[in-house]
Structures are given as structure tokens and as C-alpha cells.
Design a protein around this ligand. Structure first.
Ligand code: HEC
Ligand code: HEC
Length: 213
């Protein structure tokens, strides 16, 4: 067996915990992962994995779909809103465009959402609006984002309280998210990468998230 075939078969047969405990193998994972990431992922997520421009940051420990290499492996295998039969589905409805909320309700709930991560935006002048927005949130948004707005990894519904935004955290960005909805698209890698390559990337991306607190 040549050197490459030998470490690939190790990656295939070992568990994530076993691989992570093997320093030598992890050095290979980092080099190969960095290469695979540059070739396949950097175009959307950036070469440092920090995302931006409507692509999520993979280099923080804040996960839309849950943390750990097993969850990341699943995301890579089936994709998000992809053509894979078992795709993860991320559907943020278009509350304004589809007339589920009127303009004022969209603005009210946006003011409430904004104040969750930046309480300084809730002032004496707009406290009534924020209160009305809270009512809208509890009846319309809590089912997916949670009553405490901390999100739900089973639905890919982001935490709205942590100041981390995929689509921007300015008032107009938040209004746009609520008005037009959001359906991020991440391809399935099932056909393009081998199972061992997906496993290497899951470890690599998981480690990216652990570099920063
Ligand atoms: C065409 C653009 C595109 C490419 C290429 C792409 N991604 Fe993504 N990725 C996305 C988008 C958009 C999302 C967020 C989708 C959503 O949840 O709405 C995402 C989400 C993710 C997530 C979930 C993040 C979380 O917080 O749970 C992971 C992990 C991920 N991508 C890893 C990768 C890796 C590894 C590659 C390379 C093999 C890759 N992506 C290539 C667009 C892309
Ligand atoms: C059916 C489930 C569902 C409901 C109901 C829902 N959301 Fe979402 N929301 C999501 C999902 C899933 C995403 C991520 C979409 C993506 O990136 O593909 C999201 C994304 C967002 C974002 C963008 C976050 C970012 O990081 O930029 C905001 C803001 C938001 N939702 C606010 C709301 C508000 C306010 C309501 C109620 C009016 C609401 N959502 C109702 C599922 C939902």
C-alpha cells in the first residue's frame, strides 16, 4: 500500500474521536483539508472560511445546523436546499412579499429582532414599536427561531440574539430578510467528493470553528 492509500484507509475506518486523537493523522487532515477547502468551498465561504455576502462564517463556533463533525458531514453529504433527496431544508418565509404581515408589522418585528442583539436600539421613542414587534415575534417567528430567539439547528433557523448575521444585522438587512424571506443554497457534495474527502473536510471545518472562542 502506498502512503496515501494507507492514510485514506485509516480515515475511512476510524471514528472522528480516534482520528482527532492521532496527531500525525490530524496533520494530514489539516493539509489535505486546506487544499480541498480551497478547491471546493472557498469560492462561497472565503479561503479563511469566514463567509460574508450571504454565506455563513464557518470559522466561528456558531452553527446553523448544530456543532461537531458528524453534523457537518451530514450537511456536506446532502447539502442545503439542494437537489439531494435527503437535503437539509432551510425555509425562511417571505412574510412581507407573501402578505402574511403588513409593512408596519414587518418594521415592528424587525425593530424587536434588532434590539435582541443590540439593546441600545430600543429607546424611549420606539419602545411601543418594539413591544408590538415582540407580540408578532411570539405568534409568527417563535415556532422556528424559538421563544427566546436562540434558533433551532433542526431547521437551520439561526440564533437572532448573538449579533452574528448571515444576511447582515442592519435594520434594513433585517427588514429585507423578513420581507423577502431567505433560502440559502449549498450544493450536495455526495457525487463530487469521496466519503473520505467529506470526512476530512468535516474535521477541517470543525477545527476552523474551534480556533476562535
Ligand atoms: C455555492 C456556494 C457554496 C459552496 C461552493 C459551498 N457552500 Fe457551504 N454553504 C453555503 C450556504 C449558502 C450555506 C448556508 C445555507 C443555509 O443554511 O441557508 C452553507 C452552509 C454550510 C455549512 C453549515 C454551516 C452551519 O453553520 O451549520 C457548512 C458546514 C458548509 N457550508 C461547509 C461547506 C464546505 C466544507 C464546502 C466545500 C466542500 C462548502 N460549504 C461549499 C454555500 C456554499
Ligand atoms: C418556518 C420557519 C421560520 C419562521 C416561521 C421564521 N423564520 Fe426566520 N429564518 C428561518 C430560517 C431557516 C432561516 C435561515 C435561512 C437561510 O439562511 O437559508 C431564517 C433566517 C432569518 C433571518 C436572517 C438571519 C441572519 O443571520 O441574517 C432573520 C432576520 C429572521 N429569520 C427573522 C425572522 C422573523 C422576524 C420571523 C417572524 C416574522 C421569522 N424569521 C420566522 C426560519 C424561519
Amino acid at each position: 500500500m502506498d502512503a496515501r492509500a494507507s492514510w485514506v484507509s485509516k480515515i475511512d475506518s476510524m471514528s472522528y474521536d480516534q482520528i482527532r486523537a492521532d496527531e500525525q493523522l490530524m496533520a494530514t487532515v489539516r493539509t489535505t483539508g486546506n487544499q480541498l477547502f480551497g478547491d471546493n468551498c472557498a469560492a462561497c465561504h472565503g479561503s479563511d472560511g469566514k463567509g460574508g455576502n450571504n454565506y455563513p462564517n464557518l470559522a466561528d463556533d456558531d452553527w446553523l445546523w448544530g456543532s461537531g463533525p458528524e453534523k457537518i458531514q451530514q450537511t456536506l453529504t446532502v447539502g442545503i436546499n439542494s437537489r439531494h433527496a435527503d437535503t437539509r431544508v432551510a425555509q425562511m418565509p417571505a412574510f412581507g412579499k407573501d402578505e402574511m404581515l403588513d409593512r408596519q408589522q414587518v418594521r415592528d418585528v424587525a425593530a424587536y429582532v434588532m434590539a435582541l442583539s443590540d439593546p441600545s436600539t430600543s429607546t424611549a421613542e420606539n419602545i411601543d414599536q418594539v413591544d408590538k414587534g415582540r407580540e408578532v415575534f411570539l405568534t409568527t417567528c417563535a415556532a422556528c427561531h424559538g421563544e427566546n430567539a436562540k434558533g433551532n439547528p433542526d431547521m437551520g433557523a439561526p440564533n437572532l440574539t448573538d449579533g452574528q448575521w448571515v444576511y447582515g444585522g442592519g435594520l434594513q438587512n433585517i427588514i429585507d430578510s423578513i420581507h423577502g424571506g431567505r433560502q440559502g443554497h449549498m450544493p450536495t457534495w455526495d457525487e463530487r467528493l469521496s466519503p473520505s474527502e467529506i470526512k476530512i473536510l468535516a474535521l477541517y471545518v470543525n477545527a476552523l470553528g474551534q480556533q476562535e472562542p
